[in-house]
Design a protein around this ligand. Structure first.
Ligand SMILES: Nc1ncnc2c1ncn2[C@@H]1O[C@H](COP(=O)(O)OP(=O)(O)O)[C@@H](O)[C@H]1O
Ligand SMILES: Nc1ccn([C@@H]2O[C@H](COP(=O)(O)O)[C@@H](O)[C@H]2O)c(=O)n1
Length: 362
């Protein structure tokens, strides 16, 4: 499957399934949330004996797309805390940084990738993960095949295909008192139920309710308490006591934009109940349509995979085949071999390394 040509310059070129590539060999691992992407990658690393090697010396390294979640704006943070931010959308990731990082990895550069804190929906301050040049680099994530520019960088594409009910029923999740996992369970559960009953997503329903409620507040007589609280703040952009700045105004603005309604003319529109109802109904339908299309595109990325791994990490046969392919790739180098047979590479590599790494790849 994998062959090697020696060039006049001593550079090694793989010939893998008909196309030539220099090391490192880039493998994309996609699949739904909790399908077992990380577990499959961990197993691959273990079977290749890479997990026990110092991270600066590894021939195979694994990076997660999760490291590239974008920093949220203040408005988005408020939405995220309410469970209204869609972390499963391709634009939730810093795709330019993913592309730049992969290009640097392909050029055998030492790269630093952010470390993501799911509890804070934010990158960890002052912490990065240093990826040292390796021969095989795995990038795992829910949407690594979504954008053609990134997808085209992979030499091999794997898709971990675990059915949604299994993903949902992973028992460890239920024991974990962890906000992120809890959110994922709720997300998968509601998605399953809503898909089966052909109802709009929870994101869409929440947006619809929020906009109808916001319209009602606009039409209330001036002295009514909800109007004083919400629209007082909306008009002046004031701080709420002990709360975040302009929270109502900002979240409403994001929801209006999602539904293609102009926030500047919203109050005028909301004074006219039938007009507001019609605009909200249309806007929400458009939002839901867009959400469905994105979800379909996301799901459709499976078609780009070279290898589909049913049952995820339980599929030892598939994992062994992938491991053997990587072994073949590594062993086709004359200077070094996997599992410590040769040390030439470590010596040759040592001049690249700096001691600046803060954390290690998993
Ligand atoms: N084959 C499996 N059997 C049982 N539990 C699994 C299996 N694969 C993964 N898990 C568990 O399911 C959860 C999600 O797996 P993970 O590999 O993190 O998925 P992903 O990276 O796709 O989100 C983890 O708690 C993991 O231990
Ligand atoms: N702040 C965040 C960011 C992402 N998520 C969810 O995590 C899932 C991706 O994780 P994988 O382990 O499956 O790669 C994805 O479904 C996001 O919705 C989150 O909950 N909070």
């Amino acid at each position: 499957m994998a062959a090697l040509n020696a060039t006049g310059t001593g550079q090694k070129i793989h010939n893998f399934n008909g196309f030539e590539t220099r090391t490192p060999f880039l493998i994309g691992v996609a699949g739904g949330t909790a399908s077992g992407k990380s577990t499959v990658c961990r197993k691959i690393m273990e079977k290749l004996g890479q997990d026990s090697i110092d991270h600066r010396q590894r021939q195979v390294v694994c990076v997660s797309q999760d490291s590239f979640y974008k920093e949220l704006t203040d408005e988005e943070k408020i939405l995220a805390n309410k469970g209204l931010f869609n972390f499963d959308h391709p634009d939730a990731f810093d795709n330019d940084l993913i592309y730049k990082t992969l290009k640097e990895i392909l050029n055998e550069k030492v790269v630093n990738v952010p470390v993501y804190d799911f509890r804070k929906n934010s990158r960890k301050k002052d912490e990065v993960m240093t990826i040292y040049p390796a021969d095989v680099v795995l990038l795992e994530g829910i949407l690594v095949f979504y954008f053609p520019k990134i997808r085209d960088l992979f030499h091999m594409k794997l898709f971990v295909d675990t059915d949604p009910d299994t993903r949902l029923s992973r028992r460890e999740w239920l024991n974990a008192e962890n906000k992120r996992l809890f959110r994922r369970i709720i997300f998968l559960l509601t998605k399953r139920i809503l898909n089966r009953s052909d109802m709009p997503s929870i994101h869409t329903q929440l947006r619809k309710t929020e906009l109808f409620w916001a319209g009602l507040v606009v039409r209330m007589p001036e002295k009514h308490l909800p109007k004083c609280i919400f629209l007082g703040e909306l008009r002046t952009g004031a701080y709420s006591h002990g709360g975040q700045k302009k929270s109502y105004k900002d979240t409403l603005k994001v929801v209006l934009k999602d539904c293609n309604i102009d926030p500047n003319t919203w109050e005028t529109l909301a004074q006219n109940c039938p007009a507001q109802r019609s605009a909200v109904t249309k806007g929400v339908a458009r939002y839901d349509q867009h959400r469905i299309l994105t979800a379909q595109n996301k799901h459709a990325t499976k078609k780009y995979a070279d290898v589909i791994i049913p049952r995820g990490a339980d599929n030892e046969v598939a994992i062994d085949l992938i491991v053997q392919t990587i072994r073949d790739l590594l062993q086709s180098h004359s200077r070094f071999q996997i599992q410590g047979i040769s040390h030439d590479r470590r010596i040759a590599r040592s001049r690249h390394y700096s001691d600046s790494q803060v954390t290690r790849p998993h």
